[in-house]
Ligand binder design. Structure first.
Ligand code: HEC
Ligand code: HEC
Ligand code: HEC
Ligand code: HEC
Ligand code: HEC
Ligand code: HEC
Length: 293
């Protein structure tokens, strides 16, 4: 009898540990699929102090400081004056003339000039007004000049760039990460899935509001896509509704109405079953108490 109860207890413990492990494993798998992991090289690492260890192991480690910064003194330049009140307080990106990147990265530079971001940059400079989205990005908003590393995999670049793009386009990042492409590319590191820049381009940043342009972009990976394919809603956030093309606006409103209806339905079903069980429990307790007295 006694050994039997010991065995039972052991068996119970094994089952308990096993089910806890299952729960832990499921949670891990779920969080891996839903949460984005941190970035690898984020552009905001720039500052006034240069970590020479990291600089020398970066893609630019073998380049002289002067190749980008020009000579420290001469040609009307002088070393910043430490006595000036805003010394070290100016944003370093504002200080830098990114035309010096063109010398070695002509392609990237010229492709950038033909994209949406350069258009936004010109508009910003002409009107002096920043768009609602934020400042128009230049090289330094997406790359860290001192610490960028070469030869990253597609998946690694995707992860880093999703955070970078997301710093100015947060609602698009959110919808992307909630989407099939984002979940597989960023969370699962699936190399063939689409990142922001696979659809929009990295330097020649392209707006995909035109259906034909969007279709062309999808066809790079979905070669048999029919024109209706471009009607699929990729960014489903409500906050950017004004930004959407008219056809998508109607679609989005429908999607949001449907998700609201299904949410209400789920809440009602849960409320019904929980209150049902609760009432049943009350009744059982009531019956037990009655039997006692
Ligand atoms: C590939 C080009 C490149 C190289 C090489 C480079 N820098 Fe920079 N540096 C930049 C850019 C771009 C910025 C401004 C944006 C930023 O911080 O990323 C900057 C900013 C700085 C700043 C902040 C003040 C400022 O002028 O805006 C310092 C200080 C600096 N660099 C020092 C150095 C030193 C020292 C070296 C050599 C060991 C070096 N840099 C090499 C591109 C470069
Ligand atoms: C004197 C030439 C030179 C200048 C100026 C220069 N770069 Fe580079 N850059 C290089 C070289 C060389 C590499 C390494 C390429 C490699 O390893 O394949 C590189 C690599 C890079 C990479 C990593 C590329 C990769 O393989 O993923 C980025 C990003 C980059 N540079 C951005 C910039 C930016 C932004 C500027 C301007 C602030 C700049 N570079 C200025 C020469 C230069
Ligand atoms: C909006 C973000 C963004 C801006 C702005 C940007 N880049 Fe890039 N850049 C990227 C992304 C994303 C990649 C990686 C794309 C890839 O691997 O095809 C990349 C890759 C690179 C590379 C390495 C691969 C290549 O195409 O040669 C270089 C060099 C580079 N960028 C330089 C620049 C320079 C110079 C500028 C400024 C004119 C600039 N970038 C502006 C996002 C940006
Ligand atoms: C520093 C802020 C900043 C960063 C970083 C940035 N963007 Fe932008 N982006 C803008 C601004 C500003 C506009 C201009 C459009 C506007 O006014 O809303 C814009 C426009 C765009 C557009 C065109 C929108 C349209 O109307 O169709 C796309 C697409 C886009 N960005 C994608 C990206 C991607 C992809 C990345 C990352 C590789 C990125 N952006 C990084 C600020 C940024
Ligand atoms: C599968 C392709 C795809 C991916 C991946 C993707 N986008 Fe888009 N994006 C689109 C399409 C298509 C549109 C046009 C949507 C429309 O007409 O409403 C768009 C529109 C945009 C716009 C314009 C405003 C809007 O919401 O319509 C911005 C900004 C943007 N995307 C940024 C991003 C950023 C940032 C990422 C990554 C976090 C990203 N996109 C990932 C396809 C994509
Ligand atoms: C860089 C490649 C790439 C680009 C560009 C791309 N996709 Fe995808 N997409 C994939 C891969 C990979 C899959 C998963 C494999 C499959 O089902 O074919 C996928 C799957 C999908 C799915 C199925 C998701 C599911 O739930 O099964 C849809 C819908 C989709 N993509 C829409 C689009 C649209 C719309 C565009 C253009 C705006 C686009 N994709 C651009 C790579 C891409």
């Amino acid at each position: 009898m006694r050994t039997g109860s010991v065995n039972n207890r052991l068996w119970f413990k094994i089952k308990l540990i096993f089910s806890l492990l299952m729960v832990w494993y499921s949670l891990q798998a779920y969080s891996g699929f839903t949460n984005a992991w941190g970035s690898i090289v984020s552009a905001s690492q720039s500052g006034w102090f240069v970590d020479m260890n990291r600089f020398s192991s970066s893609a630019h480690g073998s380049i002289k400081c002067e190749d980008c910064h020009g000579p420290m003194a001469g040609a009307g330049k002088s070393h910043p004056d430490p006595k000036v009140k805003d010394f070290l307080r100016i944003e370093t990106k504002k200080n830098f003339d990114y035309q010096s990147c063109k010398k070695c990265h002509k392609n990237s530079y010229e492709r950038f000039l033909s994209g949406e971001h350069a258009k936004a940059l010109i508009k910003e400079q002409e009107t002096g007004v920043m768009s609602k989205t934020g400042p128009a990005p230049i090289c330094g908003d997406c790359h860290s000049a001192h610490y960028s590393v070469s030869h990253l995999s597609h998946a690694e670049i995707n992860k880093a760039m999703t955070t970078t793009c997301g710093s100015c386009h947060p609602s698009q990042m959110k919808s992307y990460l909630a989407n099939y492409h984002g979940k597989t590319a960023v969370n699962l590191g699936f190399d063939k899935s689409a990142s922001c820049t696979d659809c929009h381009g990295a330097h020649h940043c392209t707006s995909l509001k035109e259906k034909e342009t969007a279709l062309k972009s999808c066809r790079r990976c979905h070669p048999d896509a029919q024109p209706q394919f471009a009607d699929i809603i990729i960014h489903d956030s409500k906050t950017d509704l004004d930004n959407k093309s008219d056809s998508k606006k109607t679609g989005l409103k429908t999607v949001h109405a449907l998700s609201l209806i299904s949410l209400i339905f789920i809440v009602m079903v849960l409320a019904f079953f929980y209150s049902h069980s609760f009432l049943l429990m009350l009744r059982k307790i009531h019956e037990k108490l009655r039997k006692h007295t």
